[in-house]
Design a protein around this ligand. Structure first.
Ligand code: 89Y
Length: 346
């Protein structure tokens, strides 16, 4: 008897093309149907990945197909509709980040899945990047002592709207789109935050939302963390889609540069490690680092679905990342430090 899990994808846009390829790297899971509001896109995607069934209506697909889970790879405004549809069919769902447009909606989505008794996960992949995992293991090893300061940098002038034109129309842009990654990495590396102050700017006059955000967070551990993100930074070295890190601790420091280089320094000197991600021929070279991490996050989801365990990025966990994102907007608007509320989901 095969233990292979069958799944369907809702949304066949830019990211789905790579997310599906990442699933196809894994044994024990099979894509059986795809759905997109564009018939042509659904058909092309089905053909590209050797899937026989394609749909333009997700409800119809979930009624027709026998599925173990669904991967929702659509834009933010549709996430509640599709996760609730999955919950009504008692189907575990994976939802693209940022998973909800506000915290109320996020709460409703989590509650709907809990009521249905099936898990809801969030495809939050940046923490799965090989160099980020390596830095985390260096921090956990105690090699640089107790961390007291962290800098998490995502600054670029990459023409991001060419591949994802809808991002230019969002009232909430960089904090929701990139901040959901950056602030999740802050949590992954340094734990939970107790308060934050955020400043935002819009430098590019042709987009609706903010393209610069600078956040200072005080962490429960006492670490001071500075998270900076920008799509308006014309720098000597364009490093998209790399996140750069600098962590200072009581015995030393660790720095992550572009090209996966990690420099560890203590009072004796410095040495280098390189944390190169696995290469896949289907990856888009501009996004190879991110695309590689999708295989690892999908594997984490698959293991959880097979064993009934929790992956790292459940919706309840990601609620806390989303809380940071939306409290950043509130801080920027009110020009105030925001104290974070206690977690509401375990
Ligand atoms: O949408 C974003 C993401 O998830 O990673 C980078 C990106 O494609 C553009 O900011």
């Amino acid at each position: 008897m095969s233990n292979e899990l069958s799944f369907a994808v809702i949304g066949c846009g830019f990211w789905a093309q790579y997310q599906i390829a990442a699933w196809q790297e894994l044994a024990g899971v099979k894509l059986v149907a795809v759905c997109d509001q564009s018939d042509e896109r659904a058909q092309q995607t089905a053909k590209k990945f050797g899937v026989s069934n394609y749909y333009t209506d997700a409800k119809n697909m979930l009624e027709q197909e026998s599925l173990d889970f669904v991967d929702i790879i659509t834009t933010i405004e549709t996430h509640q509709k599709f996760t609730q549809l999955a919950a009504r069919h008692q189907l575990p769902a994976i939802c693209q980040k940022p998973f909800a447009p506000d915290l109320d909606t996020a709460r409703q989505m989590i509650m709907a899945h809990r009521a249905a008794g099936v898990p809801l996960f969030v495809h939050e992949n940046f923490r799965w990047q090989a160099p980020i995992r390596r830095v985390k293991s260096i921090l956990d090893s105690g090699e640089i002592g107790e961390a007291f300061k962290g800098r998490v940098t995502f600054t670029s002038a990459f023409p991001v709207f060419d591949n994802q034109p809808n991002l230019a129309e969002l009232d909430k842009f960089i904090l929701a789109d990139v901040g959901s990654h950056t602030l999740d990495m802050v949590r992954f590396l340094f734990g939970e935050a107790v308060n934050l102050r955020c400043l935002t700017q819009r430098v590019n006059p042709n987009i609706a939302g903010e393209d610069v955000a600078n956040v200072l967070l005080e962490m429960e551990s006492g670490v001071h963390c500075y998270a900076e993100m920008s799509y308006a930074s014309v720098l000597e070295k364009e490093v998209f889609p790399h996140t750069l890190l600098l962590v200072e601790g009581s015995k030393g420091s660790v720095r992550l540069d572009h090209n996966y280089r990690i420099t560890v320094t203590n009072r004796e000197g410095s040495y280098r490690k390189v944390a190169t991600p696995k290469k896949y021929d289907w990856a888009n070279p501009d996004y190879a680092l991110v695309h590689s991490s999708m295989v690892d996050i999908n594997k984490n989801f698959l293991t959880a679905l097979q064993n009934g365990t929790k992956p790292e990025t459940t919706a309840a966990d990601n609620y806390r990342t989303l809380q940071l994102v939306y409290e950043c907007y509130r801080s920027a608007k009110m020009k105030q430090v925001i104290t974070l509320e206690e977690p509401i989901f375990s």
